[in-house]
Design a protein. Structure first.
Length: 399
């Protein structure tokens, strides 16, 4: 028996058999040393039936003596209340595969606490990458090598690989919190993410003119749903996120105060200022009876879902094959900055999550933000109305 300090534990040398040194200050708390040299903190207690039980708290090195003592105190307190910590852990681990734990993660964490779009992304990552590789493995048997092998296999899709690593790390943290894995055993630790190159793409004046011309042609021909054209124009003229426009309801539109009042978004409740061109787009939309959405979908009473295929067709016709829908938001921000608006105003227009930090120093009245929205949407609208210059084709390759 001795006081289990770092210096004392470091001085312990392995023997031919396991041995335990018990702490002099806390009865039932000790350090076990294996012949291999591995040292683990343990607690020993009696359960409600009077049987002596021993439970591993964690590995020395992953836990400091102070951290292990704190964990041990919790386990011993549980035992005093008639619980059996070792049995609880055994039951929690029993038949728990990654696939089974993924269902628990979705039911108890993702769906109650995350936005629907984030849940859908989690489900997609699980379905496409995590479950095919790790689904049948026991959750408490997954190692750093397993995780690293999966991430390395995704070298062709580095951004997705990084999202998978983040999701796995969250799941393993919860596995520890829920007693399915030992504390401080997350196998994602020290698995490196791929380097992501920031992708900055926005439309210039001539590109906006070409896109505007393409939208007008598609509108006249009727080859695309009117709600698709409306959605793209609103994305360009408001800087809103795609899902904010697709799920926009008429009762969120405040014409009098020239804004959209979203009760929920990626960053919570949000107000989006509307410039005059954006208001004109909204006022030109025909309300569909029985449908509360500004951009109605094909299914009665529902909003437009998934415009990426339509956008792919339109961007190819406009000669903009590399422009993503999210780049329309970038274009709004770029136009705002280029027009001379300061970053605080740009952040206010876009509804950035860190807007509150800016607002501690600068306060903008609704009128100023609406004037800014007018300026930015006006500039983009002007470009969209232009007739694009014809492309010059050199018919004499030698000239």
């Amino acid at each position: 028996m001795a006081k289990l300090t770092k210096r004392f534990i470091d001085s312990l040398r392995p023997r031919e058999r396991d041995f335990v040194v018990w702490d002099a200050d806390m009865p039932g708390f000790g350090i076990r040393v294996k012949p291999s040299g591995r040292k683990s903190f343990v607690v020993q207690y009696r359960n409600a039936q009077g049987r002596s039980r021993r439970l591993t708290v964690g590995v020395y090195g992953h836990l400091t003596p102070a951290e292990a003592r704190k964990e041990a105190r919790l386990h011993l307190a549980d035992a005093d209340r008639g619980m059996d910590p070792a049995e609880t852990r055994t039951e929690a681990r029993k038949a728990s595969t990654v696939a089974e734990f993924a269902q628990r993660y979705l039911l108890e964490h993702a769906r109650p606490k995350k936005k629907p779009l984030s849940v859908a992304k989690d489900e997609q990552l699980l379905r496409l990458y995590i479950l095919p590789a790790l689904g049948t493995h026991k959750i408490d048997a997954i190692t750093k090598r397993d995780v690293a092998r999966l991430i390395h296999s995704m070298i062709a899709v580095p951004i997705q690989a990084n999202r998978v690593l983040s999701l796995l790390s969250k799941m393993f943290n919860l596995a520890e919190a829920w007693g399915v894995r030992p504390d401080h055993s997350n196998p994602c630790r020290h698995v490196e993410k791929y380097r992501e190159k920031p992708r900055e793409r926005f439309l210039g004046s001539e590109e906006l003119a070409t896109l505007g011309h393409t939208l007008r042609k598609a509108e006249r021909s009727g080859k695309e749903m009117p709600s698709v054209i409306t959605a793209i124009r609103l994305l360009l003229l408001t800087g809103a996120r795609v899902n904010e426009i697709l799920t926009l309801k008429w009762n969120y539109v405040d014409i009098e105060r020239r804004c959209l009042r979203l009760p929920d978004s990626k960053t919570g409740a949000k107000v989006i200022a509307l410039g005059a061109p954006a208001l004109e787009v909204l006022q030109a939309v025909e309300h569909q009876q029985g449908n509360p959405y500004v951009c109605p979908g094909a299914k009665p009473g529902h909003h437009l879902v998934g415009i990426r295929k339509a956008w792919h067709r339109l961007r190819l016709k406009a000669g903009l094959p590399d422009v993503r829908l999210h780049d329309l938001r970038h274009s709004f921000a770029s136009t705002a900055a280029a027009s001379g608006l300061g970053l605080p105003i740009v952040g206010s227009l876009l509804g950035h999550a860190n807007q509150s930090t800016t607002m501690k120093y600068v306060h903008f009245s609704v009128g100023i933000v609406n004037e800014a929205a007018d300026r930015v949407a006006g500039l983009i609208s002007d470009d969209l109305q232009k007739v694009p210059r014809p492309k010059v084709v050199n018919l004499n390759p030698k000239g």
